[in-house]
Design a protein around this ligand. Structure first.
Ligand code: ZN
Ligand code: ZN
Ligand code: FE
Length: 758
């Protein structure tokens, strides 16, 4: 019997598993890695063969994933035993490189057991765990094609590697203190610290003393410090990051429970082999220094995922601040020299090592939304595992992604390969990161894209990069059409559907900035059924950074001069001079762009309530506003403010005088925030109902960055379902711009296909 197995089957202990299984089932033959999967040939009794086949499918290693098994009966060759044969190349390359996996319990046992040769060794790994995507240079996945290639295994490691029954059988990155990489501590001048031999003690003493450490991890550098108000304040000052929350790394689930509320589903997410940052609600804010997550009730928490992290947290504290070390808007740092150069004014000490990181890869960020996983960032631990599609593309198509939170996505056959988080696309460094990752994906999957889908925005750097990709055909894709298509593709939906796309910024077909769009359509085309009545976005980028300015714009649009007076009263004490200039601009309509953005609507209300006047990080005002509702009852009767739906428009202007009135009568801000959310929810539900009646469509895709808002999402979904509508949510990609590339690729493919007249 011959089996050809495709999926995530290399670098996950699959061949040892097959070897041991063949012994158990008393079968002879061989197994080998090929460039597009694993090939097995086995001989024995038909009962044993059946049993073998059954167990391949049902008791495969935890990190593996089988997409396809081809079973064939071939003539007998009378093998005398079962062997693992050398890996073999062929021209087709579809073997899937596995994502990085968190350190497993077996390896942890070894690093804490004093008699084990891996005792306290921070690079311990086995076939169940360890770095993969970040260290692989090429496939097939063998040691010499990883950044471990330069380390020659010692005798003991070699033996484990060659022993078919061992956990480390053919584990490519195996290492021990005798033969593997090692840790060093260096100071800001780049000099090795003498105490490097006792690096753990040194770390604990100096963290306790309030020092900031840069730590080289799996996909790049982190900055770490003590969970202490003053120390974090110092880190914020040095990093020039006033408010954006920092993640915490906790020793274990017990430690997480001390600081955060945690459900069974959230515990499961924390314990995934992908080890993402999980957004949790703080248990008692008085225990968490304000500087960790200013003005928020939620917090990103991650468990130690490399043996190095694990060891760092075995000291006197069970929690520390752990944040990606990237200079503002630049990719995460991965090389020792670049880290020293960029971080010498931020970190006091550097924990470095000599295992190179080949691909940068930020931590992933997820949240449990009604017991379903919602991605905020899909990166380390999930990438490059593909998303399975409901259609099959005969040509490789690339979606270039957005200008912010960029990822690209290559679709081919029924797979969508999304890149790691590439971040903001404005710099040479991010351009290089994009091109480097793209070249890597093309090599790994043998996927030279022939068709390109990219954002309609004429001034985006990413649109410029799209011009540089050689291809037969290129299509622009409207931003919200891409958000819509991303959700359809992620759900395997091929039919026409409705979409409620609530988002920050997207270039519209009429050159306005869109972001509150009720659409109907499919991959090929879409129609705008409803959109939020336009309001002036003062000064473009200025209006995005300054919610107070947007609030003034809404007040003017909704109440004219009376609105401007209210704006002066509320915002004047803070922005006296700026307001006078802005009012002139608003009246003359100079330097402003019309916008229907949902993000700007939330910004305005946040500013009006005095919650947030300036966005120091993307989405800050909207997030701070939404966090007021964390403990609100999801099933209370909605109490919306007035709004109008007419022609194709949803007009929220009446909301503003109503909020001002509530503010004057000392209504609580939480109550106002809830009434505002209810207004948006009712408007979405009503416009969807009307669109459904008009088009006969019964499926609604909810996509766009605003759906990260838990209250908004849960209530809208519930009310739409009550109307007998089927709701689709992004499942494997973020609803925000991190998932945009999937939609662009799906749209570009379908446009190309319809033109090619199949
Ligand atoms: Zn392990
Ligand atoms: Zn060794
Ligand atoms: Fe977007």
């Amino acid at each position: 019997m011959q089996l050809k197995i495709q999926g995530v089957v290399q670098g996950v202990g699959f061949r040892p598993f097959v070897y041991n299984l063949a012994q158990k089932c008393n079968l002879h033959g061989w197994v080998k890695n090929e460039t597009d999967g694993v090939m097995i040939e086995v001989e024995g009794s038909s009962e044993n063969l059946e049993n073998f086949y059954h167990q391949i499918k049902n008791s495969r290693p935890k990190l593996s994933k089988i997409d396809n098994i081809d079973k064939k009966y071939v003539s007998l060759r009378n093998y005398k035993n079962f062997t693992i044969n050398p890996s073999q190349f062929n021209n087709k390359r579809t073997a899937i490189v596995p994502p990085d996996a968190a350190v497993c319990p077996h390896c942890i046992e070894e690093i804490i057991f004093p008699d084990d040769r891996h005792y306290l060794y921070p690079f311990t790994n086995c076939t169940f765990c360890g770095p993969r995507f970040t260290i692989i240079r090429d496939i097939p996945y063998d040691r010499d094609k990883t950044t471990m290639g330069s380390f020659i295994p010692c005798k003991a490691c070699e033996e484990e590697y060659n022993l078919a029954s061992d956990r480390r059988f053919h584990a490519q990155p195996v290492a021990c203190p005798q033969c593997g990489p090692n840790v060093e501590i260096i100071d800001r001048q780049g000099d090795k610290v003498e105490e490097s031999n006792n690096w753990l003690e040194f770390f604990w003493i100096n963290i306790e003393a309030g020092n900031i450490f840069a730590i080289k991890g799996i996909g790049g550098y982190h900055l770490a410090c003590k969970m202490d108000q003053d120390v974090i304040g110092n880190l914020r000052k040095r990093k020039k990051r006033p408010f954006k929350p920092f993640a915490l790394m906790c020793r274990d689930l017990e430690a997480v429970k001390k600081y955060c509320q945690i459900s069974k589903h959230e515990a499961d997410l924390l314990s995934l082999t992908a080890a993402p940052v999980v957004l949790l609600t703080v248990k008692d804010q008085s225990v968490i220094p304000v500087a960790v997550n200013p003005y928020l009730n939620t917090l990103g928490v991650i468990l130690p995922y490399s043996p190095l992290h694990y060891l760092l947290l075995q000291g006197p504290f069970d929690v520390m601040v752990m944040t990606s070390a990237n200079p503002t808007d630049l990719p995460i740092l991965k090389d020792n020299l670049e880290a020293l150069e960029c971080l010498k004014n931020i970190a006091d000490y550097f924990i470095v090592h000599n295992r190179d990181i080949y691909q940068r890869c930020d931590d992933s960020v997820v949240r449990s939304a009604c017991n379903r996983v919602q991605y905020h960032r899909r990166s380390r631990g999930f990438v490059p595992d593909p998303v399975r599609l409901g259609f099959s593309a005969e040509k490789a198509v690339i979606g270039m992604g957005g200008e912010m939170k960029n990822t690209f996505c290559i679709i081919k056959d029924s797979m969508a390969y999304l890149s790691q988080h590439l971040g903001e696309m404005e710099t040479v460094e991010s351009y290089n990161f994009f091109m480097d990752s793209l070249a890597h994906f093309i090599k790994l999957h043998d996927l030279q894209p022939r068709v390109v889908g990219y954002d309609l925005h004429p001034d985006y750097h990413i649109s410029e990069i799209a011009q540089k990709i050689p291809a037969e055909k290129k299509y622009t894709v409207q931003h919200h059409h891409a958000h819509f298509a991303s959700c359809l593709a992620d759900n395997g939906c091929q039919d026409r559907a409705l979409g409620a796309i609530l988002d920050g910024t997207g270039y519209g077909l009429d050159e306005a900035i869109w972001g509150f769009e009720i659409i109907s359509g499919d991959f090929l085309s879409f129609e705008r059924e409803y959109y939020q009545t336009y309001t002036s976005l003062p000064g473009g980028e200025f209006g995005i950074k300054n919610p107070w300015a947007m609030a003034l714009s809404y007040l003017y649009q909704s109440c004219g001069n009376a609105g401007l007076q209210v704006g002066r009263d509320i915002l004047g004490p803070l922005y006296d001079k700026e307001i006078t200039i802005l009012i002139k601009e608003l009246i003359k309509q100079t330097s402003s762009v019309p916008t229907s953005s949902c993000g700007r609507l939330f910004d305005s209300v946040a500013a009006l309530l005095g919650i947030c006047y300036e966005n120091t990080y993307e989405g800050q005002a909207a997030i701070e506003l939404s966090e007021m509702l964390i403990k609100e009852d999801l099933f209370a009767v909605p109490e919306p403010y007035p709004y109008h739906i007419y022609d194709n428009q949803i007009n929220f202007y009446p909301v503003f005088p109503a909020i001002v009135k509530d503010l004057k009568s000392n209504c609580s801000k939480i109550k106002i925030a809830r009434k505002f959310h209810d207004t948006v929810i009712m408007a979405v539900v009503e416009s969807i109902k009307r669109s459904s009646l008009k088009t006969g469509l019964k499926t609604v895709a909810l996509s766009g960055g605003a759906w990260h808002n838990d209250y908004l999402l849960s209530r809208t979904e519930h009310l739409l379902q009550k109307e007998q509508l089927k709701v689709l949510l992004p499942q494997n990609v973020p609803p925000g711009d991190g998932g945009l590339s999937l939609g662009q690729a799906a749209v570009a493919y379908h446009k190309w296909k319809s033109e090619a007249n199949f």
